[in-house]
Design a protein around this ligand. Structure first.
Ligand SMILES: [Mg+2]
Length: 349
């Protein structure tokens, strides 16, 4: 299949609060081919990502043949190299992720297979979902068996009490077996994390997420033994297999959370999982309940664990993708349609 066109669009989000985190600046990428099959991907980088795809990457992609995973990997390496002076991490790789995922969707559609089949077949039949958000009672009622709540350190001593009170309430609600995690979004520091680990020890927390900034590899490596047996998790702000290889060398984290729509798509995801296997680090992709991560979780050695942003359950929001698989009783079934198995909501473009 020869690439005849490629176009990225920043959707016309209507329900956007003034926060980057609402829609994560997600972009849609569509690739067209000579055979008539097209592919759709989801990347990051907002209007800047759109410009990178539509100007720089498009030039490099028109006329290229893509018929296999190997072809997609070659495209990835070429776009990475071409964008290297301004890329390597951040916006350029978020844009590249959208291209990579569109090519995987294309390959699946051309072969009439879901992406996890293209990747060699599902190793898991259903995926355990964990609910991220603040409404533990709702998630428990909906049947979730795993939950992650946010906690922000504001500098007040009382923040220790809110963490302990929330962990106690969630543990009681979900029972002793459930996975319970805390995302601090880079608001704890070494001393706070050390004290939290003491105060939260009774609640068997599976991981503390993003306690420091992603550039503080040394600081995170020092904290790992301090919080044991709880894991130090992170990686949603890291990019490509090169970035994760640095994490491995620094011994910085006990669980990796690459975002497949940001870190470089499925191509980077596969390489990251391979490095993680060698380093014996479990991988649980950021937003893994969305199809882009879900197919990789299903077909690779990722942990059987997918993040679902459950705070969206009852919120009014813009749907970019229709027919996304929804967690039922705490598990997500794999879609069996070709490609990633979702339909683009054209109304939002
Ligand atoms: Mg997070």
């Amino acid at each position: 299949m020869k690439i005849t066109d490629i176009k990225a669009v920043y959707p016309q989000y209507k329900r956007v609060v003034p926060s980057w985190r609402t829609h994560f600046w997600q972009i849609v990428v569509r690739v067209e081919t000579s055979g008539g099959v097209s592919g759709l991907g989801y990347g990051g980088g907002g209007v800047a990502g759109v410009e990178i795809v539509n100007r720089h990457f498009r030039e490099l992609l028109l006329g290229r043949d893509v018929n296999s995973m190997q072809d997609i990997a070659v495209v990835w390496d070429d776009l990475y190299a071409a964008s290297l002076p301004y890329g390597r991490k951040g916006l350029a790789i978020m844009a590249l992720s959208g291209v990579d995922l569109a090519l995987y969707d294309l390959l699946g559609k051309a072969e009439g297979k879901p992406v996890y089949e293209v990747l060699g077949g599902a190793k898991k039949s259903k995926i355990l979902a964990y609910a991220t958000g603040q409404d533990a009672a709702l998630y428990h009622q909906l049947g979730y068996k795993a939950h992650k709540f946010p906690h922000r350190w504001s500098g007040a001593e009382a923040d220790y009490d809110t963490a302990v009170a929330t962990a106690a309430r969630v543990r009681e609600l979900f029972g002793p077996e459930a996975l319970l995690m805390i995302d601090t979004y880079m608001s704890w520091d070494h001393a706070v994390t050390e004290e939290m680990a003491k105060r939260l020890a009774a609640f068997n927390v599976y991981w503390y997420e993003d306690v420091l900034t992603p550039d503080d590899l040394e600081g995170q490596a020092k904290l790992r033994p301090v919080v044991e047996p709880t894991l130090l998790a992170g990686g949603e702000h890291e990019f490509t297999h090169f970035g994760f290889a640095d994490l491995a060398r620094a011994n910085a984290l006990g669980l990796w959370q690459p975002d497949i729509t940001w870190c470089g798509g499925i191509t980077a995801g596969l390489r990251i999982v391979e490095i993680a296997q060698e380093a014996a680090i479990p991988v649980a992709p950021h937003r893994g309940g969305e199809v882009w991560g879900l197919h990789l979780i299903a077909a690779s050695d990722c942990a059987n664990l997918a993040e679902y942003h459950a705070d969206h359950i009852q919120a009014e929001r813009d749907d970019v993708w229709l027919d996304e698989p929804q967690p039922l009783d705490g598990y997500i079934q794999l879609p069996d349609r070709p490609g990633f198995g979702v339909t683009l909501n054209e109304q939002i473009l």
